[in-house]
Design a protein around this ligand. Structure first.
Ligand SMILES: *Cc1c(COP(=O)(O)O)cnc(C)c1O
Length: 412
């Protein structure tokens, strides 16, 4: 098989060589438990504290406020259920949006079943939550607002700092799911003004199964996992030493080159958008045009199924073709082909949401990869459209970036 082109980096990234090398001794000769006092254990403890400092440095946090977890799913569950439990006496009302990741959506639904009230804020056509709408739904019994920093499907970045000013004034805890942004764009918890922030190592070239929750000093939060005294008695269980060391290393590497790499990817992203929009008819850009992650592009392509595009690109028939891995807005965790709840929340009609593709780039992505993708994507699109019984060229269902002549709105 020809070398694949991996353009699904919002799902996961390839672990950096330097990260693997940093982790290796902690799986091998340095196997001591960080809870023990002899040298072998003390070394592990020290390695964890070093990583805590590296993660703190990346997000502008005091390292004492960084707690290691198994990833962003756990951090999100902990933030939501932990604050809900700790502040139950103050009230049982939480605010989030309709366009969140499942690891936010499901814990909120879980609490709803237990009698909590959740306000699901809408997003606009580009996926932005209006800070004014947050202000207008905060009540005396609201204890938590939880929102993503950047959306994992459409890349739209939220006005987190504006929302934080509101939550702070009203005495409501503010949790930010920053799994997509950390390590990719400059993020500073002091500037954002949030109380809690989730991050995940494997989204920025670290290992899978390692992450952290930042909790500003004084934020009341009940542990999710009870047991030993690890992580200052807030998250029990022997730490994943190698994973944590890998997370720390990934944080250090990201910090070293953050702004230059964000700039490079922004250029590549805009080049990809220009290439697609110059070549394709009847497509719709999903998410904000400029206020989006540097590595994220998402389009709905009329008349075809995202799933078919994804599979055709992954398994090209020509011997000399390279597989290209992307993601689609209709791939669902349950294996059913429900269109993405995020695209529907933007007002994308269901049939158009089905034809959505997400391309997410990495440190390794270059211009040739993008040219290859655009060519392959175009060929597949033309082939699938020629077989489509519903597609009519130029029907203007979704004029790019404009509502002119577009019956999307009417259809939604
Ligand atoms: C990947 C991701 C998660 C889940 O992170 P894991 O570490 O894989 O549990 C949560 N939220 C967002 C926005 C993500 O991109």
């Amino acid at each position: 098989m020809k070398q694949p082109i991996f353009l699904d980096n919002a799902a996961t990234t390839r672990t950096d060589r330097e990260v693997i090398e940093a982790m290796s001794p902690w799986l091998d000769e340095n196997y001591g438990s960080p809870a023990t006092l002899y040298t072998l254990g003390a070394q592990s403890k020290q390695a964890i504290e070093e990583a805590r400092q590296q993660v703190g440095d990346l997000i502008g946090a005091d390292s004492k406020d960084v707690y290691f977890t198994s990833g962003a799913t756990e951090s999100n569950n902990w933030a939501i259920k932990g604050v809900a439990d700790a502040r139950e006496e103050q009230g049982r009302h939480i605010i989030t949006s309709v366009a969140e990741h499942h690891s936010i959506l499901m814990p909120c639904k879980f609490l709803e079943k237990k009698g909590w009230e959740v306000t699901w804020l809408p997003v606009d056509g580009e996926g932005v939550v209006d800070p004014g709408s947050v202000a207008s739904v905060i009540r005396d019994d609201t204890v938590l607002v939880t929102l993503a920093h950047a959306n994992h499907e459409i890349g739209t970045i939220q006005p987190v700092a504006d929302i934080a000013r509101i939550t702070r004034e009203r005495g409501v805890a503010f949790h930010v799911n920053a799994a997509q942004g950390v390590g990719h764009v400059p993020l500073d918890v002091q500037e954002l003004g949030c109380d809690l922030l989730s991050l995940s190592a494997h989204k920025f070239y670290g290992p899978k199964g390692a992450g952290a929750l930042y909790a500003r000093r004084g934020t009341r939060i009940t542990p999710l996992i009870h047991g030993g005294a690890q992580e200052k008695k807030r998250r029990a269980g022997t730490q994943n030493v190698a994973g944590i060391v890998g997370l720390g290393k990934a944080a250090e590497l990201a910090r070293r080159n953050l702004e230059a790499e964000a700039k490079r990817l922004t250029g590549l992203r805009d080049y990809l958008m220009e290439s697609i929009e110059g070549k394709f008819e009847d497509i719709r850009l999903n998410g904000h045009r400029t206020n989006r992650l540097p590595n994220n592009v998402n389009y709905s392509i009329e008349g075809i199924e995202g799933e078919s595009i994804m599979l055709s690109l992954s398994y090209p028939t020509a011997d000399d073709a390279r597989p290209v891995y992307i993601s689609t807005g209709s791939a669902c965790v349950s294996g059913t082909l429900e269109p993405s709840h995020i695209l529907l929340a933007l007002g994308v009609p269901a049939e158009l949401a089905h034809g959505s593709v997400r391309v997410t780039m990495s440190r390794e992505t270059n211009r040739e990869d993008i040219d290859y993708l655009v060519k392959a994507l175009y060929e597949v699109t033309e082939r699938l459209r020629s077989m489509s019984p519903v597609y009519k060229r130029g029907s203007k269902k979704c004029a790019t970036g404009s509502a002119e002549g577009c019956d999307c709105e009417a259809a939604s």
